[in-house]
Design a protein around this ligand. Structure first.
Ligand SMILES: C[S@@+](CC[C@H](N)C(=O)[O-])C[C@H]1O[C@@H](n2cnc3c(N)ncnc32)[C@H](O)[C@@H]1O
Length: 293
């Protein structure tokens, strides 16, 4: 495998080598964290740049937990192989939104599904290609796009899924739900995991600080990190449980289940603000299981 700086980074199978030749600058991390409005275009732009710059670190830090071909829904470690929230996947066309390095899609392909892994970040999708090249396997089909504007025909998929993918980062999730509804065939499932909405009332801290309410659960003002020019560099959007249900139903879905994974005994691995301490007391993840009407 060529490793000269002039060769294309997607040729690399090695995480360190891919990172060494990264075209993405490490930028000053002294951004301010604020709560303020952030429109759809500003949110998408921030997400694309943030995930391009941070994909290497994300895959380095979480790649082992995620597994190259495992479908885990959340830091609690709930595995699709055990819970089958998507139902039967063999022979199905499946769209994964905010796929990152497409670990979930790789599991789906191994079950006989035909997945398409969509992500806004080119760098995340390069990691998908890195994993496929390293395994010498048929590469997962990847598409770089914003989940709010899906580049697919109506009714192109049987199933759609997202593990902490695009949903928390999108400003207009009502529109995103309508887009997913449009590209699904009647009866198709749409299953997605997000930070449990109640977590927005607590500081994002894995320790005891993270156990005391510090903000209103009802405050939907986005969490924004911004540079010294006031430009958003990272955005997350909050919806209450009721908001999420209304957006799904408004788009034409039926809600089949709302899964709140409990922190498993013996699971000691922290992931950001997700820790055994907090996980035993308050939910960290909400997984919405819906079906297209
Ligand atoms: C927390 S990561 C989750 C990735 C993967 N599902 C996993 O479990 O590792 C969030 C992903 O969503 C992607 N994303 C954020 N906003 C998006 C958008 N508007 N459209 C598509 N993907 C988006 C990011 O690029 C990133 O890869």
């Amino acid at each position: 495998m060529a490793t000269t700086p002039g060769s294309t980074p997607q040729d690399f199978t090695d995480l360190d080598e891919l990172a060494r030749l990264s075209p993405y600058e490490d930028e000053d991390d002294g951004d301010d964290a604020v709560r303020r409005e952030a429109a759809a275009d500003e949110s998408s732009r921030a997400s694309r740049h943030w995930w391009d710059r941070n994909a290497d670190e994300y895959q380095d830090e979480h790649g082992e937990f995620l597994g190259d071909d495992r479908f885990t829904w959340c830091p609690e470690g709930l595995d699709e192989a055990d819970v089958r929230l998507l139902g039967e996947v063999a022979g199905k066309d499946v769209l994964e939104l905010g796929a990152g390095a497409a670990q979930c899609s790789r599991w789906l392909a191994a079950q006989g599904a035909r997945p398409v892994a969509l992500d806004i970040s080119y760098r995340q999708l390069q990691h998908s290609r890195r994993i496929d090249l390293g395994r010498g396997a048929e590469p997962v089909a990847v598409v770089q796009a914003d989940a709010a504007v899906l580049p697919f025909a109506d009714g192109a998929f049987d199933l759609a899924c997202s593990a902490y993918g695009a949903v928390p980062f999108s400003a207009d999730t009502a529109a995103l739900m309508r887009e997913v509804h449009r590209v699904l065939r009647p009866g198709g499932r749409w299953v997605f995991s997000v930070t449990h909405p109640i977590r927005w009332a607590f500081p994002d801290d894995a320790g005891v600080e993270g156990l005391t309410v510090s903000a209103s659960y009802f405050d939907r003002t986005p969490y924004v990190e911004q540079d010294d020019q006031g430009r958003a560099t990272y955005v997350e959007h909050h919806r209450t449980v009721g908001d999420r249900v209304r957006e799904l139903v408004g788009a034409g879905f039926r809600l089949l289940d709302l899964v709140e994974p409990e922190w498993p005994a013996g699971h000691e691995q922290e992931w950001g603000g997700w820790s055994p301490l907090r996980g035993r007391l308050i939910p960290g993840t909400a997984i919405f299981v819906a079906e297209r009407g």
